[in-house]
Design a protein. Sequence first.
Length: 161
Amino acid sequence: MAKTATARKPATSRKPAAPSKKSEPVPVGQIEVKGGAVPYLNVDGAVKAAEFYAKAFGAREVGRHPVDEKGRTMHIHLYINGSSVMLCDFYPEHGFPKVAPQAFNIHMKVDDVEAAWKRAVDAGAEITLPLQDMFWGDRYGQVRDPFGVIWSMGAPSKKDA
């Protein structure tokens, strides 16, 4: 018998989360993967990236594989803005060489784009496209994190409200 797809609730915008406190690890297999398409980022310094994402985007860490003798980890699972984001370090000796992120950005639809923007910039994100009212009706901008990943954020413009 063929399985049928179940209807998903429509995505909702969320306010930036408060900075998280160090959370207890959740046993493997018990962490819920949130969201439809989940980014899995390879970055140079996954532990530091997770710390930055907590400050800049309110990330909450829900799982982590222990670090090796070089301080690298093969897996960190975060919740950011209601979705899962996963990350790991590069392992060139296992076929995962260090490369700069390219040809994508991660978008967050938020309720209060001004607060989310200020939080990211105050944490050290570099502005690549200033926050502005766009022709499609959102207040929108882009920042680059210290690991080279571009993040966009937006909310309906209040100009038309």
